[in-house]
Design a protein around this ligand. Structure first.
Ligand code: SAH
Length: 482
């Protein structure tokens, strides 16, 4: 991190602005909104100052800044767009130990001004460290569209009860959990739906319940969450929210570091990864671990690659939870076949090629695949094979024996949706050799069927660095995604 983010209490303090143009007006507006006494130095002020002129905290001084003006100021902005004045302002600020920011002159900036989403008292400030202000602004627009205006009022509401809650709930951890449950539960729902009074009643009732009884031994919860195939952008909003809420994450090999980085920072991490044929922890033990953690009152995030209910044994894990009456929820994720198909430009169904698609796993002991071959060789169908790389040769030979043409197109998508994604295209008869040559190691999905022919035309991910594509990205509408 190149800069230290802080929120400054500037109420009643002096802010000096040298310049009277557009940039100066923006700086003045924000400083006034935060309650500062703002002095603007310039012969004249642009029209953009009109709405601010009535503010009694704004003073217009009809000349450029001189050194003495900086004495006793808290911060100073250079906004004159005149290099000589900028240099003078910076030097004067240094003399008086005042932090300064000069628009567009990095070496004269002790601090930078973030893009701001204002839902006072809730404020989101975004910075790209000066490297790419446009990205910060785009992000700001997206956050604007995500945060309902009532969020600010909700923060105010929560603020009103802070002391009362602190008196009733002494432990910080318990307090945080209380607020999270309240805000994301009925209290928050009622408030955002416009029933502030009902929200207040609910909050008080919850507090009383805590004050009167002993809610210490509360049961934990388990969230079985699909993390998608790799690209963190493919997480669902709910996955992200629960990742921010959980006390402990239990994850396996397919979940990458860039996804784990989105967990709440102080969450405990337990790795139960499995390498093929090397079981770090038996399935039974994992299920037991989830039960034990939940019985200790933890909110447990069981994070799995792709979708938890597709070749993820998620069902087995929650059966045990259900047997122990432990509350759980399941959050779907983008399954590997879907992610690989999209990121390799191979539609799994297509009117001209395939009217159905089957997902199978070719993971079998000693090459015994145990697949329903008659189903796999049906025409007009796409077959997506999970865990098939180590049995590829066997699979290819057997499927031809069972009647599929050796010329059927096949793609292997290795490390799909990740930066190092590789797509290898061939036919059933050539694919084993090609995979060996390419030296891929998985995880990989094998896609079999004539839809693979579309890859040449529709692949886009490998071209993402090309200029027309970056243009396309920048022009995404703010509400499209975050
Ligand atoms: N529940 C997961 C699948 C787990 S089985 C899901 O829904 O995706 C593990 C198999 O998933 C791997 O052997 C591989 O076939 C596939 N897989 C997982 N992530 C992948 C990725 N990023 N690229 C290609 N295949 C992947």
């Amino acid at each position: 991190m190149d800069y230290l983010p802080i929120f400054l209490d500037i109420r009643g303090k002096r802010v000096v602005i040298d310049g009277g143009g557009t940039v100066a007006a923006r700086r003045a507006e924000r400083a006034l909104a935060a309650g500062a006494r703002v002095e603007v130095y310039d012969d004249r002020l642009s029209d953009e100052f009109h709405p601010l002129e009535k503010d009694k905290n704004l003073t217009h001084v009809r000349r450029p800044v001189t050194e003495g003006d900086l004495a006793g100021a808290t911060i100073a902005y250079g906004a004159s767009e005149d290099p000589e004045r900028d240099a003078r302002l910076h030097a004067a600020a240094k003399t008086h130990g005042v932090l300064s920011n000069v628009a567009d002159v990095a070496e004269y900036c002790d601090f930078i001004t973030p893009s701001v989403v204002d839902r006072a008292p809730l404020v989101v400030a975004i910075s790209s460290g000066g490297a790419a202000p446009v990205i910060a602004r785009i992000l700001r627009a997206r956050i604007e569209s995500l945060l309902p205006p009532a969020y600010g009022r909700l923060a105010e509401f929560v603020g009103r009860f802070r002391d009362q809650v602190s008196e009733t709930i002494r432990k910080t951890v318990d307090r945080r959990r209380f607020w999270e449950t309240a805000i994301e539960g009925p209290v928050g729902d009622l408030f955002l739906a416009g029933s502030a009074k009902a929200a207040e009643r609910q909050l008080k009732a919850e507090l009383e319940a805590i004050a009167s009884g002993d809610p210490g031994e509360r049961l934990g919860e388990v969230y079985l969450v699909g993390a998608g195939p790799g690209d963190p952008d493919l997480l669902t909003f709910r996955a992200l929210r629960l990742m921010q809420r959980a006390d402990v994450v239990v994850y396996d090999r397919l979940v990458g570091d860039d996804i784990l980085a989105l967990m709440r920072r102080d969450a405990e991490r337990i790795y139960v990864g499995k390498l093929p044929r090397q079981h770090t922890m038996e399935q039974e033990d994992i299920s037991q671990l989830l039960v034990d953690l939940a019985l200790k009152g933890k909110r447990v995030l069981r994070l799995k690659g792709g979708d938890p209910f597709i070749f993820g044994r998620g069902g087995e894990e929650i059966e045990k939870l259900a047997a122990h009456d432990i509350p759980f929820q399941v959050v779907p994720g983008v399954t590997a076949a879907a992610g690989c198909a999209s990121y390799s430009g191979i539609p799994l169904t297509h009117r001209d090629h395939a009217q159905s698609c089957v997902f199978v796993t070719a993971h079998g002991k000693d090459g015994v695949l145990g697949l329903d071959w008659d189903m796999l060789v049906r025409p007009q169908q796409t077959v997506a094979v999970y865990m098939g790389l180590s049995n590829l040769g066997h699979l290819a030979r057997e499927i031809v024996e069972k009647g599929l043409s050796p010329e059927t197109p096949v793609a292997i998508v290795d490390n799909g949706t990740r930066e190092n994604q590789k797509v290898i295209v061939g036919t059933i008869s050539s694919i084993e050799e090609k995979a060996r040559e390419a030296g891929i190691r998985g995880p990989a999905v094998i896609i079999i069927g004539s839809v693979v022919q579309l890859h040449d035309k529709l692949e886009w991910f490998s071209k993402r660095e090309e200029s027309h594509y970056s243009h396309f990205r920048m022009s995404l509408r703010p509400q499209d995604s975050l």
